[in-house]
Design a protein around this ligand. Sequence first.
Ligand SMILES: Nc1ncnc2c1ncn2[C@@H]1O[C@H](COP(=O)(O)OP(=O)(O)OP(=O)(O)O)[C@@H](O)[C@H]1O
Ligand SMILES: [Mg+2]
Length: 238
Amino acid sequence: MAMSGATGGCFIVLEGGEGVGKTTQWRRLADRLAAAGHDVVALREPGGTPAGDALRAVLLDPQSALTPETEALLFAASRAQLVRDVITPALHRGAVVLVDRFLLSTYAYQGRGRALSLAALREVNAFATGFLAPDLTLLLALPLEESMARMHARGSTDRMEREDDAFHRRVRAAFDDALQPAWQAQHPEIGPVVAVDADGEADLVTARCLAALATQWPHRFSEVPEERPLPAVEVTRG
Ligand SMILES: Nc1ncnc2c1ncn2[C@@H]1O[C@H](COP(=O)(O)OP(=O)(O)OP(=O)(O)O)[C@@H](O)[C@H]1O
Ligand SMILES: [Mg+2]
């Protein structure tokens, strides 16, 4: 199993179902970590390379009418390009690589959602990436009704978002399973997964994400300053 730990970089993934706030937190974390002086490479899946962005357009277009197998292979192709062209070199120079979705989404959407063989998905992705495992996955946890409400309020409907409620419930169950220690022990290619409460203001969720990073890497991330430092309080004695 390839781990990025030996490279000096850290490979962090944001995961969770539709509308839980991954992209919102991905942007905010990238900004906060960069402001604190970290070398941050923020990437999203599918995409992140010219070929990957072209594949993203096909994957998310409701007109594509992809078979589940084609869908899984295109995701893996985008991931192969991203890992080998961008993620691995960034980790080798010691960067913080922050990715919006990764292999766990494949297991949840194409595995559980589309009922494809997990063994086949594993093998295809091993070929695609050499199983570069994330150092930490932050799984944003939000009740399904709440995330659906956020998604509908946002108003976009890509190919995945158009799936029915049963599909989204299966995806959600797969993400829940990934929090179990026994599941993680059986899936070293996913790396450690921790839940972050995604309910509440975006600010609060960002603080929870930063706290999770500081727990995992106390020396690296404990110094990330508050976004808006509190003004110094002047104490007057009478
Ligand atoms: N903490 C929050 N409180 C309320 N609304 C939020 C919060 N975080 C994000 N949102 C809103 O919810 C919607 C979904 O957020 P976002 O796009 O970040 O989710 P996502 O997990 O990336 O979704 P997708 O799976 O579709 O990519 C957006 O309209 C966003 O502005
Ligand atoms: Mg998103």
